[in-house]
Design a protein around this ligand. Sequence first.
Ligand code: THU
Length: 142
Amino acid sequence: MFLLYFMNEETLIKEAIKAREFAYAPYSSFKVGAALESVDGEIYHGCNIENSSYTPTVCAERTAVFKAVSEGKKRFTRIVVVTGDNKPSSPCGVCLQVLSEFVDDDFPVILTNTSGIVEQYKFTDLLGRPFRPEVSIGNRDN
Ligand code: THU
């Protein structure tokens, strides 16, 4: 599929770094930022938001996806995820499953860290066999 990028990768990375500044991570001290670009060129920022009860914590990637979808956007071109880890880290399985609802196999996932290491993967490099919406929709046991 031909995708038009509205900004260069460096700009999108800067947006993810900005998003990370708002991370609320008093329990893990592991701050994550995400910048999700929709096909119309909007950027949806996300950060992780932790909770004293731990399990309600939401990751940066899901924050970005939920912000976008709640504003009517369901088609995306790229996501950048930034952490402060020594090497860029992958979105967790839950976030990948949430993304799988809206992105194709070759959707670019750009992982970076605060030291400037940048790695690019396609979505299925990170989640090889997602549970896809068409399976859920097309196979009802009546
Ligand atoms: N976290 C994310 O924001 N994204 C991920 O994909 C992995 C983990 C957050 C959740 C928690 O606030 C902190 O990182 C440590 O797990």
